[in-house]
Structures are given as C-alpha cells and as structure tokens.
Design a protein around this ligand. Sequence first.
Ligand SMILES: Cc1ncc(COP(=O)(O)O)c(C=O)c1O
Length: 380
Amino acid sequence: MKIPFGAIQRDDEEFRGELLDALRESFLSGRWIGGPEVEALERELGAFVGREAVSCASGTDALVLALRAAGVGPGDAVAVPAFSFGATAEAVALAGGVPRFADVDPDSFCMDAETLSRAALRGARAVVAVGLFGRAAPCAELSAVLDSEAPGAALVEDAAQSFGAFRDGVPSCGASPYAATSFYPTKPFGGYGDGGMVFLPDAASAARVRALCNHGQYARDRHEEIGFNSRLDAMQAALLRVKFRRLGSLRERRAAAAARYDALLRPSAERVGIALPSAAAGESPVWAQYTVRVLPGRDGADRRDALRARLAELGAGTAVYYSAPLHSQPCWARFAAGAECPNAERLSREVLSLPLTASISAEEQERVAEALVASLETFR
Ligand SMILES: Cc1ncc(COP(=O)(O)O)c(C=O)c1O
C-alpha cells in the first residue's frame, strides 16, 4: 500500500475547471493586486463570520495584524498555548509583545479555562486562543475567564487550522473580537499559495489594519504608523472564492472520513493504547487533522516514533504536529522560564496525525487503521 500523508491535490479535482476559469479571468483582468476579487473575498468571508475582514499575505501576518489591532505593542505580555505551530508565538514577538506560555487540555489540544494559567494571564494585554487540528477554539469559555480575571486583556483567535469549524453554531473567527486565519494550502480553507485574513470587530479597526498592510498609509503618501507590505494577490483571491463555495461540502467529507476512522479504531483503541480525537457537544470541527495520541506502552516507554517508522515501512504516511512544545524551543528560552506545561510536553511525545483529506477512500482508511492496530499489537 502507498497512502501518502496530505494528498490534497485530489480534493479539488471536481471543481478544477472552475478554478482554472477563475484564474484565467483574474489574470486577463490585469488587476493583480487588490481589486474586485480581493474585495469580494473579504465581503464573503466577513459575512460568513460576522466580522469585518481584511486580507493579507499570510496567516502569520494576519495574526500579527490582529494582535496589533487588539492593542498589543512593545513589551506587552500575551498568553499563548505552549502546544501550537511556532507562528502563534512568533506573531506575538513580531507585534512587539512577549509570549507567556500556558498549557493545553490533552483531549481537545486547546488552551482552555482550566489550563490558561493565572501566571500566564497576570498583566497580559491579550490571550491567543488557538483552534488546533480543525476544532474551533473555546473562545466563549476563555472570554469568560478574561472578563472575570483580566478585563483589560483582548481575546485573539488563531484560526489558521480551524476556519470553517463551528462551536455552538458560531463559526470559527466569529467568537472573539479579533481573529486570523491562513490560506496556506494544507489548511482546511487552504488556497494555492500563501495568504491570510484578519477578522475585526468594527470598521475603524479594519481601516487601521488596511493601512498597516499598506506601509501604514491611511491615505496615499501619508504614513501615520509604521506598517509593512502584506497583500493578497487577486489571482489567489479568485481561486479562494471558488473554493469558499465548496468549504461546507469539503468539511462534510472530512467529517465523514474522521467518523470512519473513529468507527474503525474505536473497538481496538483501549486495547492497543491509543486515544482518539473527539469533539465536544455542540462542536463541528473542520478536521484539519485526525490526530491520535499513542499512549505509552506497558513498560511506560513512548511508542509513537517506533509506530510511525513501522507505518512508513508499510506505506502509510503520517505526520507529527508538534514534536516539541513552544516553550522548549531555543528561540523562546528567555521567555519560557517558569512555564509549566506538562500536557504540552506529553502531547509532543504522543501525537500522530493520520492521512485525512476530503477525498481519501474508505479502503485507504481501512488499510491505515489495520496497519496501525496491527503495528501497535507488536509494540505493547
Ligand atoms: C496555528 C497556526 N498559526 C499560524 C500559522 C501561520 O500561517 P501561515 O503559514 O499562513 O503564515 C499556522 C500555519 O502555518 C498555524 O498552523
């Protein structure tokens, strides 16, 4: 068998003609930066989420801009989960802030009301809620913590991996005043290159972010703040608009694939020692990843890496997001003193993402599940 991890090229086969038409039209229009396609994408995504939307060049830029819009500036402390992609903490530093690492819940992989430590929260200007692996971050729960314990702190959602997910009927990016997502191709709402979108609570902050993306110019040749260049290409926006119309059906197909893994693995999970991902009541994840936890063997030793190597020999590609928590990364050493994040440390030794795309076949999933269970039988 040969089942690669992240074979996303097959997902858009059925609407490739529409993508090529949109690309051609946008190319021939001669408006390659900004213009009607970019404006229409901003309107459509803003309406979907219920916020003002401003496009930019990447998810990292979107998060920097969301943090700046939320008031983060030089020296401000910002609480972030220790278990996330590096860009979450990096964006804080790029906005001038200082990341403070908090732990995550081992079942949802997200920082929640229980793991957002008082140490990380004390004096924080903002808190970044990350929705990992396609689950919308628990923004309502975190907002309540901020209201009671840090009323001056803003909630900023990093929804790079969760655009298209819902929690209690609210779309990801719509449950916090400031949010950011990424159009990096492997994301649930991935495009065909780099790009990102910032979601904001009002027209004034949207106007400020638009200016920051354009060298801080509020009007031509009027640089009121130090900004930078972060723009979305028109051709990328045209492609994303086609894909946006498919977002719901792509999410349904991914959810069906996740449910299939569940059905295949649930009967053996406890016996072979894996924990399956789950969604809480009221959640509708977009399943960016199907990430299992490979629990330690009977001797207490970690088994994830041996399992991964065995699956690779059998032809099943897997991925590890993330093999080290952020607070243990060399670049954050000076900000990580005192960070206590045992769940993040444990997850980085246990997580394993299985191949999941909208177009993975039932047979491919059966083979992956069989190989996983059979291999674990040998590493108990
Ligand atoms: C959680 C998270 N935040 C931020 C980013 C940054 O997005 P981009 O790669 O578009 O800059 C990513 C993805 O790469 C991510 O997974």
